[in-house]
Design a protein around this ligand. Structure first.
Ligand SMILES: *Cc1c(COP(=O)(O)O)cnc(C)c1O
Length: 398
C-alpha cells in the first residue's frame, strides 16, 4: 500500500494487515480471527460467496474447517459440522429432523439431564411425543419397533450410570422403522467408539470434554454423511451457533493428543475401578470393564481400546450430606461437574449432571443420592484410589 499521501489515521486502519512475499507455511495453523475476507477482484469474491472460500465466518471459517476435518477423520465420517457447544450440536440434530406434531422420538431415560430438558422443552413446543427409554435394556430394540419413532438419541455410555446400549441392535431397529439414530458418544470419545461404524446416522460429541481434554473451550460436533449434514450446515448459517476460531484452535490442539491421552485415561480408569470394587465402604462400583457390570459383554463388542475413562460408585448408606462431605475431603481429585480433563474430576450425580431432572425422573433412571461419578485423570492411579477411598471414609464418618 502506498502510504505517502494517506493520513496517519487512515494508515492506522490499514497498515500491517498482509504479510507480503512470505511463502513460509506455519506448522501450527494460524488463528483466523477475521470475521470477513476480502478479495482483489470482484470475480473472486463472487465465486467465494458460493461457499468456495472464506468470506464471512458465520458461513464458514478456517479454524472450524480444520477442526471439522480432524473430527470427521477420527469418527470415520464423510463430514463434520462444529458448534459453539455440545448442547448446540444436539439441538441442531433434533431440529434437522423436521418433526411434526404427533411424531415421536426416543431418548435415554438415564442420560444427560440437560439433553433431557432440552428435548422435553423442544418437543413440548412442537407437539412431538418424547419417550424416555432405558436403551441398555435388552428390550429396547423392541420398544423402538413398537413406538415407531422418527428419531432416536442414544448415549454410548450413559451419564452418570455408565450403562452401555447395544448400538448395533438399536441401529437395526431404527432402520426397520425408518428412524434416524444419533449417538452422543462424548463419554468414550471417538477413541473408544466410532458410532457411525456401528450403524448410527449421526455421531455427536461434546468436544468440550475428551476431544479438547484440557477444559479450556466449549465445543460440539456432529459427524455423518454429506447428505445428513447438509441441512445442519445450512441451518447453522442461519442460526449462527458457530464455534469461534480460538475455541476451534484450542479444541484441535487438544485433539492432536487424543489417542495417547485416552489410552492412559482408559488404563487408569480400569485400575481405579478394580481397586474401588474391593472397598467395603462402597455399595457398588459401576464400570463397563468389570465382569459385574450388567452390559460387560456388550461393552466388549461396542467399545474399543478398553472400557472408557469413567467410573461411578455408590457410597454405602450415603445421602446428600455424606456425598458433599466426601467431595470436600478430596485432596488430589477435584470436585467439578464436568469430565474429560487431565485432572480427575468428581461429581455428586443427583445434584450436578442430573440436577435438571425431577426427583421422579431420577428415581426412574436409578440415580440415587449416594451416586458419585468420576472422570479419571492422568495422575498416578494409586494416588487417585487412595484419595477417593480416604474421602469416602471421611464422608461417612459422623
Ligand atoms: C457435557 C455433555 C454434553 C453437553 O455438552 P456442552 O459442550 O457442555 O454443551 C452433552 N452430552 C454429554 C454426554 C455431556 O457429557
Amino acid at each position: 500500500m502506498s502510504q505517502k499521501r494517506l493520513s496517519p489515521r487512515t494508515v492506522a486502519v490499514h497498515a500491517g494487515s498482509r504479510l507480503e512475499g512470505s511463502t513460509s507455511q506455519p506448522l501450527v495453523p494460524a488463528i483466523h480471527m477475521s470475521t470477513v475476507g476480502w478479495f482483489d477482484s470482484s470475480e473472486e469474491l463472487d465465486g467465494a460467496l458460493d461457499g468456495k472460500d472464506y468470506v464471512y465466518s458465520r458461513i464458514s471459517a478456517q479454524n472450524t474447517t480444520l477442526l471439522e476435518e480432524s473430527v470427521a477423520a477420527l469418527e470415520g465420517a464423510e463430514a463434520c459440522v462444529s458448534y459453539a457447544s455440545g448442547m448446540a450440536a444436539l439441538r441442531a440434530v433434533l431440529e434437522a429432523q423436521n418433526l411434526k406434531p404427533g411424531d415421536s422420538i426416543v431418548m435415554p431415560a438415564d442420560g444427560y439431564g440437560v439433553s433431557r430438558l432440552l428435548f422435553k422443552t423442544l418437543c413440548a413446543r412442537t407437539g412431538v411425543e418424547l419417550h424416555p427409554v432405558v436403551l441398555s435394556e435388552p428390550t429396547a430394540p423392541e420398544r423402538i419397533l413398537e413406538l415407531r419413532p422418527k428419531f432416536v438419541l442414544a448415549e454410548s455410555i450413559t451419564n452418570p450410570l455408565l450403562s452401555v446400549p447395544d448400538l448395533r441392535a438399536l441401529a437395526k431397529a431404527c432402520r426397520q422403522v425408518g428412524a434416524a439414530l444419533a449417538v452422543d458418544a462424548t463419554f468414550p470419545s471417538p477413541y473408544g467408539q466410532r458410532a457411525l461404524s456401528l450403524g448410527a446416522d449421526y455421531a455427536v460429541q461434546s468436544a468440550t470434554k475428551w476431544i479438547n481434554g484440557h477444559s479450556d473451550a466449549l465445543a460440539g460436533t456432529v459427524s455423518g454423511s454429506h447428505e445428513r449434514l447438509a441441512p445442519l450446515r445450512s441451518m447453522r448459517l442461519m442460526a449462527g451457533d458457530v464455534l469461534g476460531p480460538f475455541e476451534a484452535w484450542l479444541t484441535q490442539r487438544g485433539l492432536r493428543t487424543l489417542h495417547v491421552r485416552m489410552k492412559a485415561h482408559f488404563e487408569n480408569a480400569a485400575q481405579v475401578a478394580r481397586r474401588l470394587a474391593e472397598s467395603p465402604l462402597l455399595e457398588r462400583v459401576l464400570y463397563p470393564g468389570l465382569p459385574s457390570h450388567p452390559q460387560h459383554a456388550i461393552a466388549r463388542e461396542v467399545l474399543e481400546g478398553g472400557f472408557g475413562p469413567m467410573v461411578a460408585f455408590e457410597i454405602k448408606g450415603a445421602g446428600r450430606p455424606e456425598g458433599y462431605r466426601f467431595l470436600e475431603a478430596l485432596k488430589v481429585a477435584r470436585p467439578g461437574p464436568s469430565l474429560g480433563d487431565v485432572c480427575t474430576l468428581v461429581m455428586h450425580a443427583a445434584s450436578a449432571s442430573a440436577r435438571r431432572m425431577t426427583p421422579e425422573e431420577r428415581a426412574a433412571a436409578g440415580i440415587r443420592e449416594s451416586l458419585i461419578r468420576v472422570s479419571v485423570g492422568l495422575e498416578d492411579p494409586d494416588d487417585i484410589v487412595e484419595d477417593l477411598l480416604s474421602a469416602v471414609a471421611q464422608g461417612v464418618k459422623r
